[in-house]
Design a protein around this ligand. Structure first.
Ligand code: AHR
Length: 503
């Protein structure tokens, strides 16, 4: 068995845990909306057609903020199609996902669903086929109290109170040639800045997100961030990051180390943003919104939508089935997001239901938790107080993609008021257990309240509708504490949370 150690110290404080770190994403894509969050006629549907089994799971997942309505979808979306009486809403072609959009669900339904799920809605505006005026109309409809054409339409449509949406994405992945209305960095930066300034005239206190690169591998990465922020630095609060990971060519060690890539991506965007800040001499620090991240087995690339004669309604697209290794990677990516809590102050796992998602449903039938549900839910519900940086000392292993990486990765949170501490740790070894020694003396943590591990003899094990609890977190039998020195055995390919209290 390998050994590793970490030291917990309140002096290693990074930042408070941002609740928005535990965001998710609902796009009009595949079955995320239709037969996902919404399915009138389902036995579990409420009076508005929302599936209560999915609402229950979304709450259990611990999601805090949900981005809507896309994604690539938003770049061709007319938001007005989704308001008013359902029978008069138009049916449209969705060019992004080669589907037919019925518009049965739109802004008002999504806001209603968000209230029921207990999440904050986060909206994206279309800067692909549309521009400043449509963004302003949408903002007026959503957030103006009343007495104008658009706000009175909202009231007439059954929402007397403004929706009060604070966080808005200025387009989506505008650097990607697959995006409808794809732009150069300068073109997009100007449009994002002008849209942001106009939106702030209507409502100054908004939090606005400019599109960063759609992933680290884009040829324009870094130049894109620099050019966009040179145009828009003063007008926006966040630059976005998107990243998806998959196991390629059976290279499990590299895949398990995906958080190394996320760390580097975040550090590079922070450097790019801070460089622009020094050039524009702004007192403001740009924050990062990691508003799409996940494991995604990209059988098609996001740049290539499905094609063919058919334009189906809510086809089953991107319905990845996740295994134990995927869950360990998701847990590892959350460790990376938490450790960057000083700059990454919002993040959305893409997506919530059916589409590369922790929650799956059958049309008319069951809903269940994928393996990846568990590290997300436990992190979202357990991380509290301040994030503490930890530097694991211990073995490293070679990976083809990232070179030598630590076998154990970890982060901690400490809630001084509640007297609780949590350690989140992954063991990325494919064949060795690790005994992790946690020195918690500086925090006086004397008792293990809970220690749960996601692992399995078969790292390829998955949950299915017939065996939905094949992979669940189990109490770790090998966790002990003595005078604030905690020892826990991390199985190979595993994710673990250890909750400590003072006594
Ligand atoms: O989440 C799926 C897709 O991935 C989104 O629509 C797009 O923004 C990204 O390429």
């Amino acid at each position: 068995m390998l050994t590793a150690s970490i030291t917990l110290d309140p002096a290693f404080r990074v930042a408070p845990v941002n609740r928005r770190t535990f965001g998710s994403f609902v796009e009009h894509l595949g079955r995320c909306v239709y037969t996902g969050i919404y399915e009138p006629g389902h036995p579990a549907a409420d009076a508005d057609g929302f599936r209560t089994d999915v609402l229950d799971l979304a709450r259990e997942l611990g999601v805090t903020v949900v981005r809507y309505p896309g994604g690539n979808f938003v770049s061709g979306y007319r938001w007005e199609d989704g308001i008013g009486p359902r029978e008069s809403r138009p049916t449209r072609l969705d060019l992004a996902w080669h589907s037919t959009e019925t518009n049965e669900v739109g802004l008002d339904e999504f806001v209603r669903w968000s209230a029921r799920a207990g999440v904050e809605p986060m909206m994206a505006v279309n800067l692909g086929t549309r521009g400043i005026q449509e963004a302003l109309d949408l903002l007026e409809y959503a957030n103006h109290r009343g007495g104008t054409t658009w706000s009175d339409r909202r009231i007439a449509n059954g929402s007397p109170e403004p929706h009060g949406i604070r966080m808005w994405c200025l387009g989506n992945e505008m650097d990607g040639p697959w995006q409808i209305g794809h732009k150069t960095a300068r073109e997009y930066g100007r449009l994002a800045a002008e849209t942001a300034r106009a939106m702030r005239l209507l409502q100054p206190g908004l939090e606005l997100v400019a599109c960063g690169s759609s992933h680290l591998g884009m040829p324009t990465f870094a130049e894109w961030e620099a050019a966009v922020l040179e145009e828009a630095y003063d007008a926006v609060d966040y630059i976005s990051l998107h990243a998806y990971y998959e196991e390629k060519d059976g290279d499990l060690p590299s895949f398990l180390a995906s958080a190394v890539d996320m760390d580097r991506f975040i550090d590079a965007v922070v450097a790019a943003a801070d460089h622009v800040r020094s050039r524009v001499r702004s007192p403001k620090r740009m924050m990062l919104s990691f508003d799409e991240w996940n494991v995604w087995y990209q059988s098609g690339s996001p740049s290539r939508p499905p094609t063919g004669e058919d334009w189906p309604v809510a086809p089953p697209l991107l319905e990845d089935v996740y295994n134990v290794a995927d869950a360990v990677v998701v847990g590892g990516l959350l460790i990376s997001l938490l450790r960057h809590s000083d700059r990454v102050t919002a993040a959305c796992q893409a997506q919530l239901v059916n589409v590369i998602a922790p929650i799956m449903t059958e049309p008319g039938g069951r809903a269940w938790r994928q393996t990846t549900f568990h590290p997300f839910s436990l992190t979202a519900h357990t991380a509290a107080g301040d994030v503490l940086r930890v530097e694991p000392a211990g073995p490293v292993q070679d990976t083809a993609r990232f070179g030598p990486v630590p076998v154990v990765d970890a982060v901690a949170t400490h809630d001084a008021d509640a007297g609780t501490t949590a350690v989140f740790a992954v063991n990325r070894s494919t064949d060795q257990r690790v005994e992790l020694d946690i020195d918690a003396r500086a925090l006086g943590a004397g008792r293990i309240a809970r220690c749960l591990t996601v692992a399995d003899d078969d790292p390829r094990a998955v949950n299915t509708p017939d065996d939905p609890d094949r992979v669940v977190p189990h109490p770790n039998p090998d966790a002990t504490v003595d005078s604030a020195r905690v020892r826990v055995v991390l199985p190979q390919v595993s994710w673990t949370v250890i909750e400590l209290t003072a006594v």
